[in-house]
Design a protein around this ligand. Structure first.
Ligand code: NG6
Ligand code: CA
Length: 505
């Protein structure tokens, strides 16, 4: 049968319309933002009106976790859908560290790319670049572009680590070949330059522990570097530069897109733009929260301006729990007042207590996600499986095997449920926690430094070994119920061992 071109184009348009359009996905991952650091979850001394509005118009999750209590392992799992403890060397990445994810690995962006998405990462990377180490004056490869991102505009690690330059796709932006960038753990022999130790009095923000090497922008950092004078940024301008890049990249898209905006707020050194100087009563830590909130609003404006707001799923979460003094004297402790960065929970960054990984988590998609609050157990590691499901991309066999498809919970569908259980870890996986139902088993292999812990009540000294908490009766994790509940300990230990034994297929 012959079909006239008019009928054919009519039939084609019906079939296109019958296919629900794939939404854009904007994933905002904050840095060190605690459960209690946003207005809707009780923040005091800082206002987060844009984040609060996002939460009110979307779904707010009260039992969402980052998979680890530091940055690198959480981001590793966010992209790969694999628990970071399965790969050695996934703790906080050093300035000169190699790319931690092997090219060819199935990742969150590679899955979305397969589903027809354009993909970009803008902000903090902290997963290493290059192999066996970054070639700062050449191509920084492998990196995000080998892992499924079409575009990258990045701070290589953290801003308290050298170097203070931005990476545009595979190269340091504005690098003058006549002024190459060198980087070292120790100051090379014969090289003279002031440090946080030798020129401490000149610093605009003093350090409290570590962070006393190269000085840039009046702030001393971890590690040594030199050169690249035209490539260096001012910390205070980072958020604006990232927002400009988000805007231009979004404007260039003609089909569905996935943008990972990995904010550096509120990681140390906390140097938000000067216009946020008086944005909170908490000092730089609160002012950085205000800057993050501004970015959330700015992204929404950008989407609105392009007519993309209704068709965009915005997700917001943090990479790990909060910390007050993380190495700089920025008054975070002195000006904290009655604010509870981890909300009602114990512990914070570096710990597997709830405060270390219980993250703010918002899913917002106008017209599609019914506003509300959900207590489904979900984790940042679940985004590869969930976003692949949203994009209609089947997961290749064995890929992202620790990632659970929690899309129905994210969308707030009836009968939706989150995970059955969840493993969380500290930086290197020396301390693990397994959550299942009301129970949480902590397995602690090493003594724990408590310097960074923020808790509503002092935590008892906890032994190396097994600790069992009932999170319903004891949400602040005060009591070890292991001795009274041997059968629960046995069940959760067996499950933990089973998870740890699972290898790459
Ligand atoms: C620690 C740093 C801390 C922070 C952290 C990584 C010192 C004393 N402390 O080693 O300031 O940079 O690493 O944070 O150097 S994260 O959020 O990227 O995991
Ligand atoms: Ca972090």
């Amino acid at each position: 049968m012959r079909c006239s071109p008019i009928i054919l184009s009519f039939l084609l348009s019906i079939s296109i319309e019958a296919q629900p359009a794939k939404p854009n996905i904007v994933l905002i991952m904050a840095d060190d933002l605690g459960y209690g650091d946003i207005g809707v979850q009780g923040a005091k001394g800082v206002k987060t009106p844009r984040i609060d509005a996002l939460a009110m118009a979307g779904r707010r999750f009260t039992q969402a976790h980052s998979s680890a209590s530091t940055c690198t392992p959480t981001r590793f799992s966010l992209l790969t859908g694999r628990y970071a403890l399965r790969q050695k060397g996934t703790g906080v990445a050093p300035p000169d560290g190699p790319c931690l994810i092997a090219p060819g690995t199935v990742t969150l962006p590679s899955l979305l790319k397969q589903g027809g998405y354009a993909t970009a990462v803008i902000g903090k990377w902290h997963l290493g670049l290059g192999s066996p180490r970054p070639d700062w004056s050449g191509e920084l490869k492998p990196g995000p572009l080998e892992l499924g991102f079409d575009h990258a505009f990045l701070l290589p690690t953290t801003n308290d680590r050298v170097p203070q330059v931005l990476v545009l796709d595979r190269r340091v932006q504005h690098l003058d070949p006549a002024d190459p960038l060198w980087l070292a753990e120790r100051l090379p022999a014969g090289q003279q330059q002031p440090t946080g130790l030798t020129a401490r009095a000149s610093l605009k923000m003093d350090w409290s522990h570590g962070h006393n090497q190269t000085i840039h922008n009046g702030v001393s950092r971890i590690g040594f570097y030199g050169g690249a004078s035209k490539a260096r940024f001012r910390d205070e301008d980072l958020a604006d530069q990232w927002m400009q890049r988000c805007e231009s990249w979004i404007a260039a898209q003609r089909g569905p897109f996935f943008l990972l905006f990995a904010s550096h707020d509120l990681h140390v050194p906390r140097l938000p733009h000067e216009r946020f100087k008086a944005a909170s009563t908490l000092g730089p830590r609160g002012n950085s929260i205000a800057q993050l909130d501004w970015c959330v609003g700015r992204l929404q404006e950008i989407l609105q301006h392009r007519g993309q707001q209704a068709n965009t799923l915005i997700l917001l979460c943090s990479d790990n729990g909060p910390v007050l003094d993380d190495g700089y004297r920025d008054d975070a402790v002195q000006r904290n007042g009655g604010h509870r960065p981890a909300g009602p929970f114990s512990g914070g960054k570096y710990t597997v207590w709830e405060g270390g990984t219980r993250t703010p988590f918002i899913a917002h998609w106008p017209g599609r996600i019914k506003p509300g609050v959900s207590d489904a157990l979900i984790c940042t590691i679940d985004l590869p499986a969930s976003m692949a499901a949203l994009a209609g991309v089947p997961l290749p066999k064995g890929a992202c095997s620790d990632s659970v498809n929690v899309l129905s919970a994210l969308l707030g569908e009836p009968q939706a449920h989150g995970r059955d259980h969840l493993l969380t870890q500290d930086n290197n996986g020396n301390t693990l926690a397994l959550r299942k139902g009301r129970w949480k088993l902590i397995r602690r292999k090493a003594a724990f430094k408590t310097q960074a812990v923020i808790s509503p009540v002092p935590l008892p000294d906890q032994p190396i070994g097994l600790i069992l908490h009932d999170l319903i009766a004891d949400p602040t994790e005060q009591q070890n119920l292991a001795t009274q509940n041997p059968e629960v300990v046995r069940e959760l230990s067996t499950l933990m061992d089973q998870i740890l034994r699972e290898q790459e297929p």
